[in-house]
Write a protein that binds this ligand. Sequence first.
Ligand code: IFM
Length: 798
Amino acid sequence: MNYGYFDDANKEYVITKPDTPAPWANYLGSPEYGAIISNNAGGYSFVKSGANGRILRYHFNSDDTPGRYIYIRDDETKDYWSASWQPVGKDLSVYKSECHHGTGYTNMKASYAGIDTEVLYYVPMNKTYEVWSMKITNASDRVRKLSAFGYAEFSNEDNYNQDQVNLQYTLFITRTYFKENKILQAINENCTGSPVNGSTGKNRFFAQTGAQVTSYNGNKDSFFGKYHSYGDPKAVIDGKCNNELNYNSNSCGALHSAIELQPGESKVITYLLGSKNEAEADEIIARYQSEDAVCKEVQELKDFWHAKLQNLVVKTPDAAFNSMINIWNAYQCFITFTWSRAASFVYCGERNGYGYRDTVQDIQGIIHLDPEQAADKLRFMLSAQVDNGGGLPLVKFDHNPGHEGTPDDPEYVKETGHPAYRADDALWLFPTVYKYISETGNKSFLDEVIPFSNKGEATVYEHLKRAIQFSEDRLGAHKMPAGLHADWNDCLRLGKAGESSFVAMQLYYGLVILKEFATEKNDTEYVKYLSDLQDELGSIINSECWEDDRYIRGFTEAGQVIGSKQDKEASMWLNPQSWAVISGVASKEQAEKALEKVHEELNTAFGVRVMAPSFKQHAFKGALSLLFNPSTKENGSVFSQTQGWIILAESLMGHGNRAFEYFKESSPASQNDNADVRILEPYVHGQFTESAESPFEGRAHVHWLTGTASTVMVGCVEGILGLRPDPDGLCIAPAIPSEWKEITMEKVFRGCKLNITVKNENGAEGGYKECYLNGVKLEKNYVSATDLKDVNDILLVM
Ligand code: IFM
């Protein structure tokens, strides 16, 4: 069953049935002023931090309440409903609604009892407040007397935890005021001008334009009344608020307007909300006296986002693939890039920093769409590399390069909760730096000088050298990089001196990339050093980790082999197989065998499992995944992030059919008609999907903020579509399903427009026969950047 459809022309997902299996969310604004909104208007807002700058409350792990509610009441019949289906929840046979989640805005449309409403929710570009603009229309043929109530539930404190649990304090620090068209909330009011305990007082406001305020509440209990809830506020039932403000109780902003509409007549009421004092609020309110402001601002948001997404537009025979690559996966990449793992309906904002590996990977997802935005974050992450070459496991949002502690300092450990270096963090820099330089041709990036997190500075090239050295300085018994605290898999504790084959492959790949840079720089001695290391590490991986038809997952500190085919549980792991191909360490024969085994032992109808069978009775001591139920998260689920790597690996082998099979199984859009099983938004990837040993196989979890966005994007763009830039040009090597006869791709590359057509009349799934640039036949499937004009036609015949 589906609950909506992809409207690609408008870059929206349209929810036509509001009783979705979970709250289906969208992101508004930026972390400067962030807002998360569900298809039923549930969600919260904050300034800078979901944990420490919370403005609107949200009940996590509950019923998607409260939210940005607008209640409508028919003042003649006394019937009432809400502009979003919930919280009133009218019978869906008579209440019709559509929620359009777009890029940076959500438009909620409803029709009930002859009244149409349309509410645009958004945060204007570069602003730190939000707008809910409702157009209400009398679609009936009689005059209607109506009441509209806007409701915002302020938190009593900026700190989310304090607001929830420290009630002996937070209930007694706020009060509200009503002034003409707004409710003003004051927090620690007495401290304005004379700070106490760090507080200088604070104001929030909830205002409206477009109609006079008839009545109001600043006190939550007065608006709802005793024993009423979000679905039946007493003020709405009564048709007016009792004008009570809070004092030593929960505050809120509730504004009521009585309006009259002629048949066919519309009115726009715009609600405004933010963390501002009265003068600032008045300035904002003044901007919305004309209705044009809203149209203009929403258009600005669309122009901004659509321009970014326009940098790669693909047309393939698969609609789900097109929707994901052109719009939703791309948009999700920007969301993860911007918000990291800070705030969603699962993350409550308490993670006040960037995970090193997560963020360096997130950057990869937007490089093809906005390389310079990517480069800024990449510089930031390089500045979070310690001078010994390791990455800081957690980079604080207020990271101060050159002055930070390291995991060797108790202070850093106490502050971040990260007790040690992880084996993989800095190794993620290699593919990310390579992708940036290849997309832009900006080879001088390697010469940029960037500080280390603790002390000193060096060129990017030197940063990369130190990342290699960090691993080389910490080798285990087999001379592979030591496991340290963990590798990509947070649940795999091999012990400080244990060894992960995945990290060894990442190091191998790092050596390949750095060797290319070193060769370009004529750093001959270093090239030789890297070559020797690469040869040595390659043979170690292939002699110690290859087992007939698979790569093992690694060795514990005590020498126990993990991921052997002899093991009773977890005998086959996905990442070493895909990374053996991506890194280039596997021979063709090994790669073919390992990938075939993956299909045999790990593939399911919902994607490929991270390992199998799940740990139950035979886990080794460091297998933290045992904490999870079987087929859940790291314990044998379809861990979504890893799908991108297996898609890429199959594509690199020219297996277009397999690569696409994996895309199709795990892609949210392909599951649109299976929403009751998948549960999560069909337009975004989740962190994982429950697999075979779960009674709920196919159910996905942890929406939006996941590394899946970037890995699947890379798997599809570099893998299936075969768009593989290098520092000097672009290789085009699609690996597509053999039934695709033609695909087209419009790509902006280094300021030039590429109109690429791939013809596949012969039903190939990889490889190519001929390639043409602007009508001239090329020697191979490679377009040199120096041959590009402003606009180029490229034809690849498979
Ligand atoms: O790689 C990690 C990531 O850093 C956080 N989420 C889980 C992944 C796999 O363990």
